[in-house]
Design a binder for this molecule. Structure first.
Ligand code: KIV
Length: 265
């Protein structure tokens, strides 16, 4: 059964954790879906972990639609949420509506995610009025990489924490159905989680959030440029892959592949 926004609310009320992972293509989305994860985020992190770029800023709407289509084809149960890329919602509400609408109509997503606090509340409200469920994203917002001076923990000072807390309330009032809280002190994330009716999805925000999200390539060991403190590598697929490819190379070179079982008579 396809997970919907109602399952997000139900799970929060029942104190059941919500699970979310990123995926960017058909085979990885199939793995995530088959594992029973609630939601797949087609994150703009594709820029870093698939395209090999240093940050998330360059990825385009057309590229995000391309990845969303592949994920949507694979996700039988998981809810598919597309990340609105940098500059797809910063210019005007009209622009945001047009771009978010493309994710639903062309990409096959069920919801979109966008970064920012009170400054994007008007956009969250407009998208919600247009029947597009919006996941908000506060704390460390990677699209603000240059303003924040890098990927840094947010909300450490009393003032900064209060602002993030207020932003969460404003985004809930604007109609967000859920909110990603990234790289903030666990205590702040706990306060936000307790004060909102909508679920919080944490990444580097402690265990008290209503759910958790990770970048799939961090979990699988497919991104080795760096591993954020909050990410956990459950397997090293890169290492397994290199070993398998080396074995293939050796077998081709010593003539043991293809064997008769791989050949036609
Ligand atoms: O793009 C992404 O992968 C994200 C998650 C880290 C929440 O925004």
């Amino acid at each position: 059964m396809k997970i919907t926004v109602n399952d997000f609310y139900r799970k929060k009320q029942a104190a059941e954790k919500i699970t979310m992972l990123t995926a960017y293509d058909y085979p990885t989305a199939q793995m995530v879906d088959e594992a029973g994860i609630d939601a797949i985020l087609v994150g703009d992190s594709v820029s870093m972990v698939v395209q090999g770029i240093a940050n998330t800023l360059p990825v385009t709407m057309d590229e995000m639609i391309y990845h969303t289509k592949m994920v949507a084809r694979a996700a039988k149960n998981a809810m598919v949420i597309s990340d609105m890329p940098y500059m797809s919602y910063h210019i005007s509400v009209e622009d945001a509506l047009r771009n978010a609408g493309r994710f639903i109509k062309e990409g096959g997503a069920q919801a979109v995610k966008l970064e920012g606090g009170r400054e994007v509340a008007g956009i969250v409200a407009a998208l919600t009025r247009a029947e597009i469920p919006v996941m908000a994203h506060i704390g460390l917002t990677p699209q603000a990489f240059h303003r924040m001076g890098g990927f840094k923990v947010q909300g450490r000072s009393k003032e900064a924490a209060e602002r993030i807390f207020e932003d969460a309330r404003i985004l809930e009032d604007a109609g967000a159905f859920s909110i990603v809280v990234e790289a903030v002190p666990a205590e702040l994330a706990t306060q936000i989680t307790k004060s909102l009716a909508i679920p919080t999805i944490g990444i580097g925000a402690g265990v008290e959030c209503d759910g958790q999200v990770l970048v799939l390539h961090d979990l699988l060991g497919l991104f080795e440029r760096f591993l954020p403190k909050f990410a956990k590598r459950y397997v090293n697929l890169k290492e397994l892959g290199v070993r398998a490819i080396q074995e293939y190379k050796k077998e081709v070179e010593d003539g043991t592949f293809p064997g008769s079982e791989h050949s036609f008579s």
